[in-house]
Write a protein that binds this ligand. Structure first.
Ligand SMILES: Cc1ncc(COP(=O)(O)O)c(C=O)c1O
Length: 396
């Protein structure tokens, strides 16, 4: 048989999805499964976005420009302006989700064996994108004990080599919910300027910041206009994960010209989804106020309930809709699978994402899980109760 590539063999499975067959089996056995494993919000997509697709009368569902339609990019620039991010449509390339924007960014700035520094734990698919791009992740460890704050600047500087091309942060963070302060962004700006690196910020959760703190984007840092690449998406902002629309934003003309070549190779982002995403930009502020209030009360309930369980340690998230919890187990992978296969409370069980896959350092995070608070409070309470009861009897 012809051989699979080394790269293909090295591609990691998503820790968020890899237990799916066990969940399928649990459904087949008639169990209810609370999904705390995946960042698929249960929040309704704004009607304005869905209606735009319903009422659109297209004769031909054609390609759009590779960089995305002019109208849409113009309006995205308007949205950024309201967020104190001053860019024009020419600084934006519309992509098939934030996922493709990350791939374009990696492809545009890094060659095989180049290095990218990422605070870990990080969004698990950064591992996949790096493998696909032949790039090596150099992790800088942030710790649950410090609420996953950014490690000291010196820790970054120690890791910079002649192969380092970029630093990547996720702000607010998946899986930690960590929100970088303006001071931290400024520190990062100093490092990338000093060492002539790119700074990529994945800001797909920009809207979801809590406790009255304001999000500070890398695009607001004037001093790093040539270094900064922002990744964005409509998936979470408007609960439009299935639209598959995101974008790459940079003031660096060479980055945009290069990313455009990748965009041309895949021809165009989805046309109907751009129509929906353009309409979504008219979503009233009241929608976000409600959604934010909902996430805040979910977060508070989740953290409160988790903290009541003996032996569980949890970092309080300041943004996004995830948290990382440390459990009194040796192997969270095994625990998560065991939950689906062997444990129920009144016919119900829970699916969580083992956190080891959110680290690139082997052996770290083995006793941690990521919880997505994408269920209503009642379901969250029930799900945490299942975890609590399960920990009492799990054969560790
Ligand atoms: C941090 C982060 N970045 C990027 C993505 C990719 O999202 P999408 O491709 O749906 O825009 C996700 C999805 O969960 C995410 O959590």
């Amino acid at each position: 048989m012809p051989a699979i590539s080394k790269k293909g063999l090295d591609m990691p499975q998503s820790p968020i999805r890899k237990l799916a067959p066990y969940a399928e089996k649990a459904y087949a056995e008639g169990k209810t499964v609370y999904h705390l494993n995946i960042g698929q919000p249960d929040i309704k997509t704004p009607e304005i976005a869905l209606d735009a697709v319903k009422i659109h009368s297209l004769d031909i569902l054609a390609y759009t420009r590779s960089e995305g339609s002019d109208d849409y990019r113009q309006k995205i620039a308007g949205y950024y302006e309201k967020n104190d991010i001053h860019v024009s449509k020419d600084d934006i390339i519309v992509t098939t989700g934030g996922s493709e924007a990350l791939l374009f960014a990696f492809g545009s700035i890094m060659d095989i064996d180049d290095e990218i520094i990422i605070p870990e734990p990080f969004y698990a698919n950064y591992n996949g994108f790096s493998t696909a791009s032949g790039v090596n992740i150099v992790p800088v460890i942030s710790k649950i004990e410090d609420n996953f704050a950014l490690p000291a600047i010196e820790e970054f500087e120690k890791l910079i080599t002649s192969k380092t091309k970029a630093i990547l942060i996720c702000n607010p963070g998946n899986p930690t919910g960590y929100l970088y302060s303006k001071e931290e962004i400024k520190k990062l700006a100093t490092i990338v300027k000093k060492h002539d690196l790119f700074l990529i910020a994945d800001e797909v959760y920009r809207e979801f910041v809590y406790d009255g703190i304001e999000h500070y984007s890398i695009m607001q840092e004037e001093s790093i206009q040539e270094n900064a690449i922002m990744i964005d998406s409509v998936s979470k902002r408007y609960s439009m994960c299935g639209a598959r629309i995101g974008c790459l934003v940079s003031k660096n003309k060479e980055v945009i010209a290069t990313a455009l070549k990748f965009a041309q190779a895949r021809l165009s982002p989805p046309t109907l989804a751009q129509i929906a995403s353009e309409a979504a930009l008219n979503t009233p502020q009241s929608y976000f106020d409600e959604v934010k209030a909902e996430y805040v009360s979910r977060r508070n309930t989740l953290i409160e309930e988790l903290e009541k369980i003996e032996g569980v340690k949890v970092a309080k998230p300041k943004g996004a809709f995830y948290c990382v919890a440390e459990l009194p187990v040796k192997n969270a992978d095994d625990f998560a699978q065991w939950l689906l296969e062997h444990f129920v409370v009144n016919g119900e069980t829970v699916m969580v994402a083992p956190a080891a896959g959110f680290y690139s350092t082997p052996g770290v995070g083995l006793n941690q899980i990521r919880i997505a608070y994408v269920l209503n409070e009642n379901s969250l309470r029930k799900a945490v109760n299942i975890l609590k009861e399960a920990l009492k009897v799990y054969p560790n």
